[in-house]
Design a protein around this ligand. Structure first.
Ligand SMILES: *[C@@H]1O[C@H](CO)[C@@H](O)[C@H](O)[C@H]1NC(C)=O
Ligand SMILES: *[C@@H]1O[C@H](CO)[C@@H](O)[C@H](O)[C@H]1NC(C)=O
Ligand SMILES: *[C@@H]1O[C@H](CO)[C@@H](O)[C@H](O)[C@H]1NC(C)=O
Ligand SMILES: *[C@@H]1O[C@H](CO)[C@@H](O)[C@H](O)[C@H]1NC(C)=O
Length: 542
């Protein structure tokens, strides 16, 4: 008996996961970045780890927002962030700017957002006092996003052995052609990890209709993807130069530090993805923390939702600021609502958007508001459809609630998300410019989504698939992290392909040789035929 107890205790102790000290790199680069990194910090802290949420304050947000409760927050304020804030504000105004394919291909400007991020990064990593304090913490692990590799360099300076690379957007990002801001390094992240990205299939900045898409669509997609990878490596090189200026020429490339991470966590749900090649150390953790508590309606919205008619929700998220978008958009939208008098429309706008409040005056089936309890409204049985910018969190919430959507993507990953959902059959995709010049097509989409039951059927199926998954996001994050840390890394899962150069990886040398040899043989044969022919005519003449 005693032996059994001792064995039991020994086994229990052996399998008890010890607490690790984890640094989550969470600059306040935008509110949504803060939220998503904060969720990771919170889950890790809930699992018993000692977690520091490190928050260099790029946008002066640290005192306005609590990203995680159980973690230890470490804000770094007083940074020289004025220019960064200006760039971020400008972005929302530029959403409706068109830029040509050529300007993207021959873009030789460095990305100003990445530049400013780099400058702020420099301010942090050269702050000796701060670095000493961080070093003293002796972190076991680092979590950082792919938007910029500053944190990877920092992890190296701090001597953190285990790194987890978080893809905040879908692995293949589709930053939109309207703005120059390349939001994350997703395609280049894949490239860096050695994961092939078939540009024939996965839309990057362009559209790919149908499989296979037409020659020109694929060509366009291919070229844009290549240009993006080039731009991203240029930014990485700039970051490397900054680190080498301060820490010596043998400071490793931040790209190398990143790609040798122990595991990659992708903040998307695999059910919402366009399927593509992946690796064994890449794990999807989409929806983390979103569904931890049951969403509740407050009194005001509960009255609105339970007032008889079915409801349609319209929201363009937080980055497309409705104060600054062309006025015709909201005018067209209000006109459309009047074609569906049986439905109530809840329209979320920016707080300063007085124009939209004016437009809605006298329309009794329209509620304009600057705040909506979105998760709770989506989960309400009276909600029939959601018109959305196809931001990832919104789509996750819609999928989880089983709500069909009309997708009007604006930027970043949104066009790609939109296309994926439309293909999977629970949404209708529209172009944002149709809001301005073709409102009829938006109206038609509203009619279709409300009257054709097939969208609701697919949405309900997705809801069931999501809820019956064998492992949820939180479980996956914690179990993989613990597994990696308890085993001092899982080298066995590292892909060798990521250390090969592009030329060798895709056998371009062989393809070139294979193309050259037959050409040479052909030329040699032609020449000898000609000489033979010339000789024989000569001999005939003689
Ligand atoms: C985008 O590029 C165009 C021309 O290439 C430039 O005029 C514009 O200022 C840029 N916008 C941003 C936000 O970088
Ligand atoms: C995820 O799974 C774990 C273990 O089954 C469970 O305790 C937790 O409540 C789940 N989380 C969510 C958000 O469903
Ligand atoms: C409920 O509907 C009635 C008429 O249908 C309307 O007068 C009233 O304002 C609505 N209440 C809310 C909270 O929307
Ligand atoms: C939207 O734009 C207006 C006007 O430029 C600005 O005052 C407001 O703060 C912006 N809203 C957000 C959420 O950034």
């Amino acid at each position: 008996m005693i032996i059994r107890i001792i064995t039991f205790l020994a086994v229990t102790l052996c399998y008890t996961v010890s607490s690790h000290k984890i640094l989550v790199f969470s600059p306040t680069a935008s509110k949504s970045h803060m939220i998503s990194q904060g969720r990771i910090a919170e889950e890790l802290a809930n699992a018993g780890h000692d977690v520091v949420n490190f928050e260099p304050d790029f946008l002066d947000l640290t005192d306005k927002f609590v990203p995680c409760k159980k973690c230890r927050r470490w804000p770094v304020t007083g940074l020289n962030n004025k220019l960064y804030k200006d760039i971020q504000n400008e972005m929302s105004g530029n959403v409706f700017q068109k830029s040509s394919l050529w300007s993207k291909i021959f873009n030789s400007n460095r990305d100003e957002h990445q530049d400013e991020y780099n400058n702020l990064c420099e301010e942090i990593v050269t702050n000796k006092e701060l670095i000493e304090k961080l070093k003293a913490e002796k972190f076991d692990a680092y979590f950082g996003e792919q938007i910029h590799l500053c944190g990877m360099g920092l992890a190296h300076i701090l001597g953190i052995k285990h790194r987890f690379w978080v893809a905040r957007y879908p692995l293949i990002l589709f930053s939109l052609s309207t703005i120059n801001f390349s939001c994350t390094m997703s395609v280049s992240m894949r490239d860096s990890l050695g994961i092939p990205t078939p540009s024939s299939l996965l839309p990057f900045m362009s559209t790919l209709d149908g499989t296979p898409a037409s020659f020109w669509q694929r060509a366009n997609n291919f070229v844009l993807q290549m240009a993006h990878i080039r731009d991203e490596y240029r930014d990485v090189e700039w970051t490397n130069q900054m680190f080498r200026r301060h820490f010596g020429q043998d400071f490793p490339s931040v790209d190398y530090i990143a790609k040798t991470s122990d595991a990659v966590f992708v903040s998307t749900d695999e059910l919402l993805e366009i399927q593509s090649p992946t690796l064994s150390n890449v794990f999807h953790i989409g929806g983390l923390g979103i569904f931890n508590k049951e969403a509740k309606l407050d009194e005001e919205f509960s009255k609105v939702m339970n007032n008889g008619s079915d409801v349609v929700l319209f929201s363009l998220g937080t980055i497309a600021n409705t104060t600054n978008i062309p006025p015709s958009i909201m005018e067209n939208l209000m006109r459309i609502t009047q074609k569906f008098k049986d439905y109530k429309f809840i329209i979320k706008v920016d707080k300063h958007d007085t124009r939209s409040y004016q437009l809605a005056k006298g329309l009794d089936n329209v509620l304009v508001t600057d705040w909506v309890p979105q998760t709770a409204i989506l989960a309400h049985p009276k909600l029939r459809a959601f018109i959305t910018h196809a931001g990832y969190n919104s789509l996750m919430e819609a999928a989880h609630a089983g709500v069909p959507v009309i997708l009007i993507p604006f930027m970043f990953d949104q066009p790609r998300n939109g296309r994926s959902v439309a293909r999977k059959g629970w949404g209708i995709l529209r172009d944002k410019f149709q809001l301005i010049d073709d409102p009829d097509s938006i109206e038609e989409a509203v009619r279709e989504i409300l009257h054709n039951p097939k969208y609701q059927e697919k949405a309900s199926r997705l809801r069931k698939l999501m809820r019956s998954k064998p492992q949820n996001a939180s479980e996956r994050l914690i179990k993989i992290t613990n597994w990696v840390l308890e085993n001092d890394g899982v080298e066995e899962l590292q892909y060798e392909g990521k250390h090969m150069d592009f030329f060798t990886y895709y056998n371009l040398d062989i393809i070139i040789v294979a193309a050259i040899i037959p050409t040479l043989i052909f030329i040699v044969l032609r020449i000898s035929n000609i000489t033979v022919a010339v000789k024989s005519t000569k001999s005939k003449k003689e």
